[in-house]
Design a protein around this ligand. Structure first.
Ligand SMILES: Nc1ncnc2c1ncn2[C@@H]1O[C@H](COP(=O)(O)OP(=O)(O)O)[C@@H](O)[C@H]1O
Ligand SMILES: [Mg+2]
Length: 255
């Protein structure tokens, strides 16, 4: 993402933000509430069109009009609010919006429920061996199980980039550790992962790099090996914008 800006009315949610992520890399995206983290990820996922800036996938400029466009380029997102359909079962949730279809008598397309259930069960069980009943309705699941379903949904289509926006928000400590292990496995499989978390220590556990946003601007970017939790927290609290836009503003404020 290059030079991404986005305003909602008078609120400048993002100002010339650059962000890159590479295969087999975990980038942590941190910053206070309203820093612009979710907005930046929604731009990457085709939910918001940026006011300026561009997105490149494998060196080619892309324009996303919908999340479907982003998915077609191998970008997946696990939502902060886990948008699952309560009244559907696990398998249906894994495939919601893009059900597997097959040609029936060469003409009519019907939902291939059997194949869907098999594929869903396979992915769900690699994430959580205890979650075996893919015909269970999602509304009776725990927070951690809902998380699993949301991640399974994202993984079923073998994305190149996985965005996780506060995935640990509703999880117990044990489930958080499980999720961090899963992130490491996904990374080992070559995925590029962007992890948003207010648990900065988690980003130090699984991250390769951390990018700090503050009031819509990047105020710091560090390799995890070259920084400390204290420094990152300091950047979140007192960071000064980087790059041309930030430098101009700092000069302006000083003159
Ligand atoms: N759909 C929207 N409409 C209006 N304002 C929004 C919308 N989404 C986000 N904002 C505003 O943009 C700013 C950044 O929000 P957000 O990206 O959600 O921050 P974060 O995820 O870092 O907490 C906030 O001031 C928020 O109120
Ligand atoms: Mg957010």
């Amino acid at each position: 993402m290059r030079g991404i800006s986005k305003a909602f009315g008078a609120v400048q949610a993002l100002r010339r933000v650059d962000l890159a992520v590479w295969p087999a890399e975990v980038v942590g995206l941190v910053g206070d509430n309203a820093a612009g983290k979710s907005t930046l990820m929604k731009v990457l996922y085709g939910i918001h069109a940026p006011d300026e800036g561009e997105i490149l996938v494998e060196n080619k400029t892309v324009v996303f009009h919908t999340a479907h466009d982003a998915r077609a380029h191998g970008i997946e997102m696990v939502y902060q609010d886990l948008a699952l359909v309560d009244n559907l079962d696990i398998a249906a949730n894994v495939f919601v919006g893009r059900e597997l279809t097959r040609r029936f008598l060469g003409v009519v397309k019907v939902l291939d429920k059997r194949q869907m259930e098999r594929a869903a069960a396979e992915v769900v069980q690699t994430l959580d061996p205890d979650l075996t009943q893919v015909r269970r309705k999602v509304k009776i699941l725990s927070g951690g199980q809902r998380q699993t379903v949301a991640i399974a949904r994202s993984l079923c289509f073998e994305p190149k980039v996985m965005i996780m926006d506060e995935p640990t928000a509703s999880l117990s400590l044990e489930k958080i550790h499980r999720l961090l292990e899963l992130i490491q496995r996904l990374k080992a499989r070559g995925l590029a992962i962007i992890l948003i978390s207010h648990r900065v220590q988690d980003i130090f556990t699984v991250g390769d790099r951390v990018v700090v946003l503050k009031r819509g601007e990047v105020v710091g970017e560090r390799r995890i090996g070259d920084t400390s939790l204290e420094e990152v927290v300091q950047l979140m609290v007192a960071g000064v914008p980087q790059g041309a836009a930030g430098a101009e503003r700092v000069r302006g404020a000083l003159s």
